[in-house]
Design a protein around this ligand. Sequence first.
Ligand SMILES: Nc1ncnc2c1ncn2[C@@H]1O[C@H](COP(=O)(O)OP(=O)(O)OP(=O)(O)O)[C@@H](O)[C@H]1O
Length: 251
Amino acid sequence: MNPILSVQDLRVVFAGFQALKGIDLEVGKREIVTIIGPNGAGKSTLLDAIVGKSPVASGHIYYRGKEITNKSRYEVARMGIGRKFQNPNVYNELTVFENILLALKGAHGVVAAIRAKLTRVKKARIEAILERIGLLEKAYTKVSSLSHGQKQWVEIGMVLAQDPTVVLLDEPTAGMTSDETHLTGEIIKSIAEDRSVIVIEHDMEFVKQIAQRLVVLHQGEKLIEGSVQEVQNNAKVIEVYLGRERIDVAA
Ligand SMILES: Nc1ncnc2c1ncn2[C@@H]1O[C@H](COP(=O)(O)OP(=O)(O)OP(=O)(O)O)[C@@H](O)[C@H]1O
């Protein structure tokens, strides 16, 4: 594989506590990699380290062959890695369309972005994103009146507006209904038609829907990496999850 993102022997230490103890991870073009693991395993820390939010103590991160270890969040985002956090961070009083407009690459500030002349190209780009996140019909609805799940999609749309090559999603289905969860899976598969995606997720039904390759983290280490089936049948994984969260071992 010629990876677009490569993480090598990555360690993150918080005040003497090793949150990541030497993680290796490769992500290919247009690949979906799903990260699972019990609470505190280091999943969010791994994404944080990639985007320059958590300081890397040792190891390397390469994006398109260039080292990005410990680069600033701004620089990593500018290079093409987009990150969606757990909680929606949207402008409730603006419409869905305006939220995406604000997030477009090159938009500078709320007022300037909204006052700037909306070119046909920009409008088409926003509509393409809205279509992809299933909210074209809600384009002129205020975000405050959307459901929690729809707000999460707006935020995914805002990440896409930055035109990233790699999209990192931290528990994108948290708090969603099962229908919304399923639709989110379809959105992610559609994003992966032209981008790479790393998803942190707990819901095993959802994982099965989207997963191509699963990575299991446990106490800062990679326990196993493989297909959903390989992971579900792995004795170490079953042991780690027993008595914690149920990992659905039914096929
Ligand atoms: N900024 C920080 N300072 C100190 N410790 C931290 C910090 N961020 C994370 N940790 C610790 O690092 C470990 C890994 O946390 P992380 O949030 O990456 O786990 P996670 O796998 O994402 O868990 P969850 O599923 O609960 O979100 C935890 O023990 C956590 O308490």
